[in-house]
Design a protein around this ligand. Structure first.
Ligand code: ATP
Ligand SMILES: O=C(O)[C@@H](O)C(=O)CO
Length: 429
């Protein structure tokens, strides 16, 4: 990576859509940002940038591997001058009692030589708020939201002090709203008091962007933090205010149209994505994959999906979806196991992505974090420049380091409105 000035901010994201979400937020807040896929190889030419988000696919892998990959990314960011490294996690705190938020946060805090790390997934733009340590998705506590049915990590407890403590070696404290409302100095003092009392992590309340700006100002001079894009917003605004940003950062040029065909893939089973797939039926040909048959005879299902696409993409975009309602997902998982079913479907969708690109697709919309990660890895994409925002948390991305550029949209499962696929394709045209 060739960049002259030291990075204002380094970020390590635990999935690709989350990385895009954060890169979008940082760009809008005034930091020119590049998203890389993994730690970039030395030969990867990248523009001068204020921030780098290193995207990993580490949310649902064994914790020791997630820790190793995250520490490698953190070290790379420090070498490029990042004084602060933020570990980007899901705004719905997607994790299990095995991790990986706790183990990775512990490791990055230790690597940074910090006594305590502030942690908050609050992201008001998408309706995520934290109060008394409890995470709300809209008006619902996390454990009453659709996230309770997540295929890989169903969230069954809204109290993040408890959730993080179960997966962390650190004792976990709380920075409550009353403290946040007093301003950054009060937050910093509370952090130091918790550290003195033996806490290694502190869940911070936040409901509005102003709360995140307070948190950003409180920790911008420290070396590590953990959060979703809301905390990224707070840090970016603090850094931009200190002159560390770029005036025209928002919506970095996506460059000339990339041409080629367009296609959409959906592996997310979130309620938002299910609604988007349903809305797409009126706009483009949609193929619903039979996940049960896909596990039994993947090659046949992949070949049929690519035939479906090849017969139609010259006339316009198509959508290929494995997305299903929770009860259907649970039925498949009960027969094959959650991880095995998930990984098999991801592998099939990534093979379809490869076949689509081989058939001339250069504009690709993908719904789902794990699904996006599998497809981007299969396509060998190495980095992205951040373009205009399609929907909250989802920018247009232009591939970097690829002979024939592509445009992508990597949509977190819960993000976007019913017209997301249409909006994305329109902005990538
Ligand atoms: N019909 C299905 N039955 C069972 N599992 C499925 C089915 N379709 C997709 N999956 C799996 O469900 C998981 C969906 O995870 P993914 O991260 O892609 O979406 P998401 O969790 O909604 O998005 P995000 O991580 O951005 O919130 C993947 O492992 C995918 O392979
Ligand atoms: O923070 C979020 O909700 C998203 O960026 C995400 O991480 C989904 O995988």
């Amino acid at each position: 990576m060739t960049t002259a000035k030291p990075l204002a901010l380094g970020c390590v994201a635990d999935d690709y859509t989350g990385a895009s979400d954060l890169a979008n937020t940082l760009t809008k807040a005034g930091l020119r940002t590049v998203q890389t896929i993994g730690v970039p190889a030395p030969d990867l030419p990248l523009p001068e940038t204020d921030a780098v988000v290193v995207a990993l696919k580490s949310r649902s892998i064994p914790a020791p591997e997630a820790v190793a990959r995250s520490r490698e990314a953190e070290a790379w960011l420090r070498q490029r001058g990042a004084a602060h490294v933020m570990f980007k996690v899901c705004s719905t705190f997607d994790s299990t009692d095995a991790g990986n938020i706790g183990p990775v946060a512990d490791a990055l805090r230790e690597a940074a030589g910090e006594a305590i790390a502030l942690v908050t997934p609050a992201f008001p733009e998408t309706g995520r708020s934290v109060y008394q340590g409890n995470l709300f998705v809209g008006a619902l506590p996390l454990d009453e939201s659709p996230l309770k049915d997540h295929p890989l990590n169903p969230m069954r407890d809204a109290n993040l002090v408890r959730v993080l403590a179960r997966q962390s070696a650190s004792a976990v404290g709380l920075i409550d709203m009353a403290t946040v409302a007093k301003g950054p100095e009060a937050v910093a003092a509370r952090l130091d008091a918790l550290a003195a009392g033996g806490k290694g992590a502190a869940i911070a309340d936040a409901i509005f962007d102003r709360d995140l700006e307070t948190l950003g100002r409180a920790i911008v001079g420290r070396r590590v933090s953990v959060g979703a894009s809301g905390l990224g917003l707070g840090l970016a605004r603090a850094l931009a205010a200190d002159g560390r940003g770029t005036r025209d950062a928002a919506g970095a040029a996506v460059g000339e149209p990339v041409g080629g065909y367009a296609a959409c893939l959906a592996g997310s089973c979130s309620q938002a994505t299910l609604g988007q797939v349903a809305a797409a039926e009126a706009l483009m040909p949609v193929l619903h994959l039979d996940a049960g048959r896909l596990l039994a005879e993947p090659e046949a299902v992949i070949a049929e999906a690519l035939t479906f696409a090849r017969e139609r993409i010259a006339a316009g975009p198509v959508l290929i979806a494995s997305s299903a309602e929770p009860e259907a997902v649970r039925a498949l998982q009960s027969r094959h196991g959650s991880e095995a079913a998930g990984h098999a479907v991801e592998a099939a969708l990534s093979a379809i992505a490869e076949g689509l690109v081989a058939s001339g697709v250069r504009r690709l919309v993908i719904a789902g974090g794990e699904t996006s990660g599998a497809a981007v890895d299969r396509l060998g994409l190495r980095a992205f420049l951040v373009g205009p925002e399609i929907a909250a948390g989802v920018p247009v991305l232009r591939s970097a380091g690829r002979p024939e550029p592509m445009l992508l949209a990597l949509k977190s499962g819960n993000f976007g409105g019913p017209d997301f696929f249409a909006r994305a394709l329109d902005m990538m045209g």
